[in-house]
Design a protein around this ligand. Structure first.
Ligand SMILES: [Zn+2]
Length: 534
């Protein structure tokens, strides 16, 4: 669903900024207007929803897709900020986190508090970063325009936990449009879904502002147009149950007319160059969306079909990536690796495409139990470089935001995919110490990175550093706001520490004590909130 937030039935329409006026930060909708949720209330609600989504078995932390999507997301946030759409207050108070779900349906939705839900199906349906960015820019504008707070209004303030439950229920229902859930809940789900949609005016505003943010962020505005064309094509087919995004974002004639008018000012845009990276990662996203064994077999067999070699490279490249991934899922890793090598050869002339092919080769080597081979594809330096090495960000020409900003690269995932795979490979080749050295500076810059803490825990475990491994496991839970889990791990760490002769590692033990108190306080606060507002 594109819009998760309900207009309460009795809500008064709130004033919208006049379209077309120049908007300075001071002209943003004022925060905490009577009737609106405050930023802090909205963030709390978002945290409660995100906490549940992290526990959902379909939640996907795929370092390769995550790094790609996060790169687009951060570039857009920097553009929104430069354009004055994202105020410093909102930037600091909201989470600005993308949560990816394994789901073959095409959907994306803004959540309260700066969280953003994205289905693998949508990543699998776009042909360029510009197209992906157009959807994200629209949704970011729902968040920065405080559409969520405006819709929720004062009534729902009394019961944010109930609101969280409703939103989670609607997410679950939208996942499975044809099957049980919708039937079981029946008309109620449909009614909630209806309530959770933004108004048409808000959709038009998100289009207008999103279009500006897209251009400001260095993406081609033509991405908006080609994404609209995709949505139009899908809306013409009868069976578009795979496109929940279309249900929450109906393509009204007004939206299409607005878009055409915006384009007229642009002149005839040149056809953008083929975006091989987007095409390859679309293949990855489609396979990770669990399409079923029959589909996997068909994709795996595609490069062997007659006439495949005479197809355009753009078509072949995406098909080779999907075929390699599909073979890996079907547990034929030698075939998967041969296809990945073929892919690397085919896209050798495109730096970003080649980087993605190398990451795939490393990924497949790890899956095949060949960590030493994986290391051949993964260079040691995990910072962005100009040499076209794997670890570069590859996220285009947009200027990097200052390091002090919460949306700066230091908080983004550039280089994360190579780092995590390299750490895993090092740990598996008796070089856990090197894995620890690579991961420690990363978690100190990215203390909320559960995947990195997980890798660090494994490396400590391989070194026999039980106390540190337990401490890192507590950080995994903490990063996902699982405070009870964090308390459990850090209590175990304390117990372990007390059994050590001479007290063991005193510094680490005192860190554990401090972190345990933090987790206990967060857990108490969470339970109080739940009781107070149920
Ligand atoms: Zn929307």
């Amino acid at each position: 669903m594109g819009a998760l937030i309900a207009p309460p039935l009795s809500a008064q329409p709130t004033s919208t900024p006049t379209p077309g006026t120049t908007r300075a930060p001071a002209g943003l909708p004022s925060l905490g207007d009577a009737g609106d949720m405050t930023t802090l209330e909205e963030r709390k609600l978002g945290d409660a929803i995100a906490r549940e989504l992290y526990r959902d078995p379909d939640y996907l932390d795929d370092p390769i897709l995550g790094e790609y999507v996060d790169g687009v997301w951060r570039q857009l946030l920097a553009g929104a900020k430069a354009r004055g759409e994202l105020s410093p207050e909102l930037e600091e108070r909201f989470a600005w986190v993308v949560l990816m779900g394994r789901d073959r349906t095409i959907n994306a939705f803004a959540l309260p508090g700066g969280y953003f839900g994205l289905h693998t199906g949508l990543v699998g349906a776009v042909a360029s970063r510009d197209e992906l960015a157009s959807v994200l820019a629209h949704e970011i504008s729902h968040i920065t325009q405080r559409h969520i707070a405006r819709l929720m209004g004062q009534q729902t303030r009394q019961a944010p936990m109930m609101m969280a439950a409703m939103i989670l229920g609607a997410i679950a229902a939208s996942k499975n449009p044809q099957a049980g859930m919708a039937l079981a809940v029946g008309g109620q789900a449909a009614a909630i879904q209806q309530q959770l949609n933004f108004s048409r005016d808000m959709e038009r505003e998100a289009d207008r502002i999103g279009y500006g943010v897209l251009g400001q962020s260095g993406f081609a505005p033509s991405g908006f147009v080609s994404m609209f064309e995709k949505l139009q094509a899908a809306s013409r087919i009868n069976d578009n149950g795979d496109w929940p995004y279309l249900r929450s974002h109906p393509l009204t004639t007004q939206r299409i007319a607005d878009m055409q008018q915006r384009q007229q000012g642009q002149g005839r845009a040149a056809t953008p160059p083929t975006d091989y990276e987007a095409l390859l990662l679309a293949g990855r996203a489609r396979v990770l969306g669990r399409p079923g064994v029959d589909v996997l077999r068909a994709w795996a067999a595609e490069p062997a079909q007659p006439g495949f070699d005479s197809q355009p490279l753009a078509k072949r490249a995406g098909a080779l990536y999907a075929a390699a991934m599909a073979q890996a899922q079907l547990r034929d890793l030698p075939k998967a690796q041969a296809l990945a090598a073929q892919l690397a050869h085919a896209v050798a002339g495109d730096a970003r495409g080649l980087r993605q092919a190398r990451l795939l080769q490393a990924d497949l080597a790890l899956q095949a139990g060949q960590p030493a081979r994986a290391l051949e594809w993964l260079p040691a330096k995990a910072s962005g470089t100009a040499s076209g090495a794997l670890t570069g960000t590859g996220t285009g020409d947009a200027p990097a935001p200052p390091a002090s900003s919460p949306i700066s690269a230091a908080h983004g995932q550039a280089g994360r995919a190579a780092l995590l795979m390299r750490a895993q490979a090092l740990t598996a080749t008796q070089r856990a110490g090197d894995a620890v050295s690579a991961l420690q500076p990363w978690v100190s810059d990215h203390p909320q990175d559960a995947g990195a803490w997980q890798a660090l825990s494994a490396a400590y475990g391989a070194q026999g550093q039980t106390l540190r491994a337990l401490r890192a496991q507590g950080e995994v839970a903490m990063s996902r706001m699982d405070y009870a889990g964090a308390v459990d791990r850090w209590r175990a760490a304390q117990d372990f520490s007390r059994t050590q002769m001479g007290g063991g590692d005193l510094i680490e033990a005192s860190i554990v004590d401090t972190r345990l108190r933090t987790a206990q306080a967060a857990l108490r606060q969470q339970r109080e909130d739940e009781l107070k507002r149920r």
